[in-house]
Design a protein around this ligand. Structure first.
Ligand code: GLN
Length: 302
């Protein structure tokens, strides 16, 4: 019988049998293993344990729990939601459908932010659209002396972020706000992984389990990036940086936005997949640096 139709046999089922059933149903091997470890009460790092115990029997409750998770996974629900957690920058974050699942690509932004802070010696950081708190918490963890504030428009997302901060014992100030509304002046660094997918992008169809407000941003995906670039200069010290994550094909547009707004040292950084995934620039502190000022063109780097 087609395994998609057949339920998982609950009698005398071995761990190996459960994995074979899940893979026949269409799950990735790794996903099946992670879900199996979850129902067996083992940690994600215990894949070797699974191999060593593949003939061990599962009890009926474990088999039922595994089948339930597998069926949810087949509807496209991210593994991170099914496990209730996701590792980011070495931190174990709690995640659920209230927040975007932190992506490894975003670690590029964290690495760049830490370099910038090292170079400029700044301490005041703001993370916009923090979601699970991933970026803010990674920075606070990596540099304990930083003063990190993080905002999100979603009260639900902030609840997830705040709980992550408390559980990890990391001091971040959480605030509900839209982008830079109500943000202080004098910041050394503003970072953001805003929504940046075009509203009509077919890619969104594969992401229906995650909050749309954290993913899509207008016709070309750049609406929120434009808002942030326009507002950031009013909140940065002279020599402060704005670093932004964006879509794999948006680097040129985002660099142009930054240059037009008067940012200097504008450049991009690549993610693990080799895409220019983040762009940023340094605010020179000129009050006349507004968009379309026609002032001496900012230098474009890398
Ligand atoms: N990088 C995510 C994706 O394309 C989107 C994240 C975002 O919009 N900030 O799956």
């Amino acid at each position: 019988m087609n395994p998609a139709l057949a339920g998982l046999s609950r009698e005398g089922l071995s761990l190996k049998g459960a994995q074979a059933w899940a893979q026949a149903l269409g799950l990735d091997r790794l996903d099946a293993q992670l879900l199996l470890l979850q129902v067996m009460g083992r940690s994600e790092g215990d894949r070797a344990w699974l191999l060593a115990h593949d003939t061990d029997p599962m009890n009926p409750a474990q088999a039922a729990g595994f089948e339930h998770l597998c069926r949810r996974r087949l509807t496209g629900e991210p593994v991170a939601y099914l496990l209730g957690r996701k590792e980011f920058w070495g931190l174990d974050l709690t995640v659920d459908a209230r927040v975007l699942v932190p992506r490894p690509d975003t670690e590029t932004l964290v690495a760049w932010a830490l370099e910038v802070l090292e170079t400029c010696g700044g301490r005041r950081v703001l993370d916009l659209g923090t979601g699970s708190g991933a970026i803010a918490l990674a920075l606070a963890h990596a540099r304990p002396g930083l003063q990190v504030e993080a905002v999100d428009q979603s009260a639900e997302a902030l609840a997830v972020a705040r709980a992550n901060g408390e559980r990890l014992g990391l001091a971040v100030t959480w605030r509900q706000a839209s982008w830079l509304d109500g943000a202080p002046a004098g910041l050394d660094l503003i970072v953001s992984n805003p929504p940046y997918i075009a509203a009509q992008d077919p890619h969104l169809a594969a992401l229906t389990h995650e909050p749309l407000a954290a993913l899509a941003s207008g016709e070309d995906g750049l609406d929120d990036l434009r808002t942030i670039v326009a507002a950031a200069p009013g909140h940065l010290v002279a020599g402060g940086w704005l670093l932004l994550e964006h879509g794999w094909d948006q680097a040129e547009s985002v660099r142009a936005l930054l240059a037009q707004a008067g940012f200097e040292g504008v450049g991009s950084r690549h993610d693990l997949g080799g895409h220019a995934r983040c762009s940023g620039g340094r605010w020179p502190g000129k009050t006349a640096g507004a968009a379309g000022s026609g002032a001496a063109g900012p230098r474009a780097e890398g």
